[in-house]
Design a binder for this molecule. Structure first.
Ligand SMILES: Nc1ncnc2c1ncn2[C@@H]1O[C@H](COP(=O)(O)OP(=O)(O)O)[C@@H](O)[C@H]1O
Ligand SMILES: [Mg+2]
Length: 355
């Protein structure tokens, strides 16, 4: 079975990519992991078509993965735009709104039309008939099918540029953001802003604090949808606590009730995606899986999800060790143990590491 290990290693089976657009393809819905259906909870919250939804979990728990998969699975009536918090005063509503408008004005057409195209291609592949139109919420119709033609996208980007040129004072920028949302509603699409790279605030809790206190509050008052990833520790910040009851929903990633089953499911998917057809037993000994589950358990707190990124990193390191040792046929507890020792547990968030 060395060939299996070598193949998994050469296919980067357990690597964790930082790229948001690759996460949806690797995501396994929580029900399949034996946990409660938070995929559906997040989808329902977004489909209300209003306000700000927070997705809460520790570093590496799977916030970005859940957001990527759920937003990818929405029907074509949504226009998702991912907005990075890097390089912007995200805690200032006007600065963040300006940055979001600028993103929309700068995005290549293919990026703006990607969701619609993906959904329509998927429907065609599955030979589903596309509905004609639907009501997202009272009075707000969403058009089904192809809306984002080159001309429509050009109009949208022009509208964004106009708002940027016009918006000089802060109050004006937020009005401009609403007007741009209105343009999107006007083409019968629901605007959806995705803010998921918020680990960036780990070393500057004041940014996280004011993002929730100021920016999330301001956006909750706008007519559009925002999904934001929040490290569990951010929810202890006063700014978060103050805005909490204004959120459309707070979706907390749960711990896996049966980690053996849950982690095995994640690993089996990774093995299959690497093009290897083999049961997990052929790759990882049973006591090695137990040990992996134990180390996952160390990162579980208060019933919240543990660190899946680290768990995958342990697998990757164990594989690396095994590939370098010709006597290893199946990953054993020994290699997992060594890999755990080499892969220190990251703090649940970077907030605590501040002086
Ligand atoms: N539900 C899931 N199914 C499969 N893989 C997952 C799932 N959740 C997380 N992962 C994997 O775990 C790693 C960490 O997830 P990520 O979403 O980046 O964590 P976070 O954003 O909370 O820091 C990623 O490599 C991701 O692919
Ligand atoms: Mg993330």
């Amino acid at each position: 079975m060395r060939e299996l290990l070598e193949k998994l290693d050469s296919e980067f089976a357990f690597h964790t990519s930082g790229r948001f657009d690759l996460l949806a393809g690797e995501h396994i819905p929580y029900v399949e992991l034996g946990a409660s259906d938070i995929d559906a909870a997040l989808r329902r919250s977004i489909e209300r078509g209003e306000g700000v939804t927070a997705v809460v979990g520790r570093i590496g728990a799977g916030k970005s993965s859940l957001i990527a998969a759920v937003t990818d699975s929405l029907h074509e009536g949504f226009l998702p735009v991912r907005v990075s918090v890097i390089g912007v005063e995200a805690g200032e509503p006007a600065a963040f709104a300006r940055h979001s408008i600028a993103e929309i004005s700068d995005l290549p057409e293919v990026v703006l039309t990607r969701h619609e195209a993906t959904v329509l291609n998927r429907a065609q592949a599955e030979q589903q008939t596309v509905a004609t139109s639907r009501e997202l919420r009272a009075g707000f119709k969403i058009a089904a099918g192809h809306v984002l033609t080159a001309g429509v996208v050009a109009d949208l980007k022009r509208a964004a540029r106009e708002q940027l040129a016009r918006a000089t004072d802060p109050a004006e920028v937020l009005r401009g953001m609403q007007q741009l949302f209105d343009v999107i509603w006007g083409i019968e699409r629901c605007p959806l802003l995705i803010v998921e790279d918020t680990d960036h605030w780990g070393a500057t809790p004041e940014s996280a604090d004011s993002f929730f206190d100021q920016t999330a509050r301001a956006f909750a008052n706008l007519d559009g949808v925002m999904v934001v990833a929040a490290q569990s520790d951010y929810t202890q910040l006063d700014g978060y606590k103050r805005v909490r009851d204004r959120l459309t929903a707070e979706v907390v990633l749960p711990e896996l009730p049966d980690p053996q089953r849950g982690l095995a499911t994640v690993l089996e998917r990774r093995i299959a995606m690497a093009g290897v057809t083999a049961p997990l037993d052929d790759v990882l000994a049973e006591d090695a899986l137990d040990l992996l589950c134990e180390s996952y358990g160390e990162s579980v707190t208060d019933g919240e999800a543990g660190d899946l990124r680290r768990t995958l990193a342990v697998m990757r390191t164990a594989l690396d060790i095994a590939v370098g040792d010709p006597s290893v046929e199946v990953l054993s507890a020994g290699q997992i143990q060594e890999a755990i020792a080499r892969t220190p547990l990251t703090p649940s968030s970077a907030l605590g590491s501040r002086p």
